[in-house]
Design a binder for this molecule. Sequence first.
Ligand code: R5P
Length: 298
Amino acid sequence: MPEKDDVAADRFYAEVPAAHQTFGLKGSGAYDWGMANRLARIFQPADGRTVMLAIDHGYFQGPVRGLERVDLNIVPLLAQVDALMLTRGMLRTSIPQAMSNPVVLRVSAGSSILKELSQEAIAVSIEDAIRLNAAAMAVQVYVGGEFEHQSIQNLTKLVDAGLQYGIPVLAVTAVGREMVRDARYFRLACRICAELGAQFVKTYFVDQGFSTVAASCPVPLIVAGGKKVEERDALIMVERALQEGAAGVDMGRNVFQSAKPVAMLDALNNIVHHGWSAERAWEWLTSRPEEQPAVPSA
Ligand code: R5P
């Protein structure tokens, strides 16, 4: 059947070349649409950067300070984050179903702080990740760790599962207690994660040579915050990481253990997305009052 409408020829813009749709995120040129679309929910397409909030610490550490009550401590922060990284247990029990933030689901587990941390397995099925509408799946990779082989296998299996359904994988470079945290180590660990197919990598900033870690990793690097430090120091670290090639942060304790978590996230957003210097963001932060979680009356 020919089409019913007699469409005017000028509506086809025959002289205009078809748009070449690209998503400028590092390394994403060959991704399928679903994979790229999920990444575009995590990394703001305007600048290719993200402010992620990591609250998955409980999967091996239990209720760390600041995460005693995710419903009270964390839910009020969601408006200021580009993506939320957490376990399926906390997602199902403590996060509103109407949340619009993309979820980066922690899918590796297997040890507690009482045992050897590197002994992990894939602890969530791909079906459950899909059921939970995960925008990405996160796996710990212990390069140089006792169970290095097992954790690398976890990564490669997840990448295969993720590719099948268009779900990106975040590889988290874990550092064992006895490992040196220097650029040489992180170049090795981050590059291995990218070579094996991770679509983005979470790592730690190092004072010397972080730009070589970022340059040699062909996918976006986001930095963890690490242990709680002075807000000013955390903000300076973020500014330097961005200057040296990071695509954002996936910060936990330096946000939810701050006396001003909402203002801390505002400060981070201003550095990551609006070009503020760390010094300006810190001065602004110091002018903000301390914050208390809103506790509903019984
Ligand atoms: C790594 O073990 C987990 O993903 C942590 O939740 C995350 O790295 C911690 O973030 P932060 O170091 O900023 O507290």
